[in-house]
Design a protein around this ligand. Structure first.
Ligand code: ATP
Length: 232
């Protein structure tokens, strides 16, 4: 099956500063790809360039459509789900309302989507009536992922889902990724702590100072490659 995300020579940055430098990669349906690199390597910028939130050169193809010149909302409509770094859930909104507001307009479909999210993250069902600020960091991350899943994305972009979480909570956040991919969703996970991402991914793309220098099956990624990715 053809890739849900394909980047060809993607270059992006801020003013004159290049943050992503000619990166090419593809993510197939049902595949999970880990995008790994040190702080500042360009992972968040690459995701923002996929969304059209930063200017870029090169080719962005989403679900077979050339999205290079499309604005963000048209790219999103092709099936993008995005969970930005830092979660950004509305603190005063309940779990249920946060998810409900992000769902399809049909009530029956919204209910089915809500049920799927609660099945993936049982903690969210337990906390459905609580406001987001009462949740733990891990539960807030689950809520941010759940919110992105409510739109039924074909491609899910997760930016540093383990940031600021204890290893145990990070494990809980990562646990459903395989189940999400098993439904055919393509998942791209940016991380600077590689262990969890490598445990759920099939392939890894390593970035160093904006350049992709390795695109390999996770089983072929050596400790030397990882060391090299995390040298700044
Ligand atoms: P992190 O793990 O810290 O999020 P990252 O790999 O996601 O790192 P980016 O956030 O994409 O890296 O940053 C890549 C480069 O772009 C860095 O040198 C960073 O300082 C720079 N940068 C990021 N955002 C901006 C911005 N809004 N304006 C100017 N430069 C930026």
């Amino acid at each position: 099956m053809s890739a849900l995300l394909r980047l060809g020579g993607l270059t992006a940055g801020y003013g004159g500063a290049v943050a992503v430098d000619g990166v090419s990669l593809a993510v197939a349906p049902g595949e999970t790809v880990a995008l790994l690199g040190a702080n500042g390597a360009g992972k968040s910028t690459l995701m923002k360039a996929v969304l059209g939130l930063v200017p870029s050169r090169g080719v962005v193809t989403i679900a077979g459509t050339d999205a290079t010149r499309l604005p963000t909302h048209r790219r999103a409509a092709l099936g993008l789900g995005y969970v930005p770094e830092g979660r950004r859930v509305f603190p005063g909104m309940s779990v249920h309302d946060t998810l409900d507001a992000a769902g399809p307009s049909s009530r029956a479909e919204r209910r089915a989507a809500l049920e799927r999210v609660y099945a993936l993250f049982p903690d969210l069902r337990t906390k459905a009536r609580d406001t987001a600020w009462r949740l733990s960091g891990g539960q807030q991350q689950m809520l941010a992922i759940g919110r992105a899943l409510m739109g039924g994305p074909r491609l899910l972009l997760l930016d540093e889902p383990s940031l600021g979480l204890s290893p145990r909570l990070a494990g809980e956040v990562f646990a459903p990724v395989s189940a999400i991919a098993a439904t055919g969703t393509a998942v791209l996970i940016a991380e600077q702590s590689p262990a969890r991402a490598l445990a759920v991914a099939g392939r890894a793309v390593l970035l160093r100072r904006g350049r992709g220098f390795c695109d390999a099956a996770v089983t072929d990624v050596t400790p030397e490659m990882l060391r090299s990715a995390f040298l700044t």
